[in-house]
Design a protein around this ligand. Structure first.
Ligand code: LMR
Length: 398
């Protein structure tokens, strides 16, 4: 008898588990379209050249492995705000703008949820339907309730815009509405600047809190356009929480580099920062240094920053190229429906509409791994594997 005698096994993570299963598959043609990572035209998850350069400099210059401050270093905070707001935005240096360096975007989301939960335990977090599978779990682990708002019309692969606004118009004061900043995971359907304006208006009117998850800045329409929503909220003076991740746009997945930023909270920001530090201290004590050092070194150096934006644009272009190629190739192979909607989505993901049964068959027969919801990581495809994927899909239907 021990304290875990009656413990129940938890289900495996639906995203990471696909990688585990794919790694164990001996089929040389296997294809992992599960986890959201950028792969290059050779199907490799690359280290960016600018990251390598920054790392070499860090290796030369680093003279200590001392702990970072609980909230990270000021230069990382500045780098994060320059990406969120654009260089030289007045809010970047406003006394109530705060940024905490967190282990990944997940750490930032969890920190935000902890702050909300400890401040007001009966808060509900409203999530888009559908959303990233980890969102509900993060909120629930912080003892927050979750509800959903309509987002995707699966039949037409479009945004349920008016239904989404109608749901937001019912959100009680004090609740949290979590919105994807860009490259919505899993649908690839994003809000437009007008939508963000309406969101700001509703948030003010109803008194709910907006929490933005910005994990793919630069992968959709560009660095600035992907932050347009965040900037609308900031310019409207709306008190806003933003969880941002540098896993994707700097390719720093295993360095766990993210941030929680708060704008517009006025005098409360000092107390918020102090409470956030208590949560961070009890969750991970102080943040991991390496990834944040890479990000700040690249962004603080004019040449490296410019070279990084070129690398980022190349990743974005390749994703969009794969989108077009996939839609064309599906058509070419005589797929049962039009997949051109894939070209109208942004970021790594597409909800293809491929159902769970076809998904299971493609996995069993062709070793193609993607989420049973039909979500694929478009950036996991190459010109060569698109053929394989489309043939597998058509064969499965027949
Ligand atoms: C994904 O949705 O695949 C990515 O955000 C990676 C992750 O941590 O789940």
């Amino acid at each position: 008898m021990h304290i875990f005698t009656d413990i129940q096994a938890a289900p495996p993570d639906p995203i990471y588990n696909l990688t585990t299963a794919c790694n164990a598959d001996p089929n040389p043609q296997k294809l992992n379209l599960g986890v959201g990572v950028y792969k290059d035209a050779a199907g490799h998850i690359p280290v960016l050249d600018t990251v390598k350069t920054a790392e070499q400099r860090i290796l030369t210059d680093e003279d200590t492995k001392n702990y970072l401050p609980i909230d990270g270093t000021p230069d990382f905070g500045e780098a994060v705000r320059s990406l969120l707001l654009g260089v030289d935005h007045s809010l970047s240096t406003a006394p109530d703008s705060i940024t905490l360096h967190t282990p990944g975007g997940t750490g930032a989301l969890r920190l935000a949820c902890e702050l909300v939960a400890k401040n007001r335990s009966d808060t509900t977090v409203w999530l888009s339907d559908p959303t990233w599978t980890n969102h509900a779990q993060i909120a629930q682990q912080a003892d927050l309730a979750v509800r959903t708002y309509p987002y995707l019309d699966a039949g037409t692969h479009s945004l349920l815009r008016e239904k989404m606004f109608a749901a937001w118009a019912t959100v009680p004061a004090g609740d949290v509405v979590l919105v994807h900043g860009c490259c919505h995971n899993p649908t690839g359907l994003d809000l437009e600047p007008d939508d963000w304006q309406r969101l700001a208006g509703l948030s003010r009117e109803r008194g709910f809190q907006v929490l933005v998850d910005l994990a793919y800045q630069g992968f959709g329409r560009g660095l600035d356009l992907d932050a347009a929503g965040v900037r609308v909220l900031a310019d409207a003076g709306l008190p806003t929480l933003i969880a941002s991740s540098y896993s994707k746009n700097f390719g720093l997945y295993n360095e766990r580099t993210g941030a929680l930023t708060a704008f517009g909270f006025g005098p409360a920001s000092n107390a918020m920062l102090s409470q956030l530090k208590v949560h961070a201290r009890s969750l991970w004590s102080s943040p991991p240094a390496h990834g944040a050092r890479i990000v700040s070194s690249i962004l603080a150096d004019r040449e490296l920053r410019a070279a990084w934006t070129v690398e980022l644009a190349a990743m974005r272009d390749r994703i969009n190229e794969m989108r077009s190629l996939l839609a064309e190739s599906m058509h070419h192979h005589g797929a049962d429906r039009d997949f051109s909607f894939i070209t109208r989505q942004y970021g790594l993901f597409s909800l293809t509409g491929i159902d769970a049964e076809a998904n299971a068959r493609m996995r069993a027969d062709q070793s193609i791994y993607f989420m049973s919801t039909g979500r694929i990581n478009v950036a996991g495809l190459t010109a060569a594997t698109i053929e394989y994927f489309c043939q597998a899909y058509v064969a499965t239907l027949n």
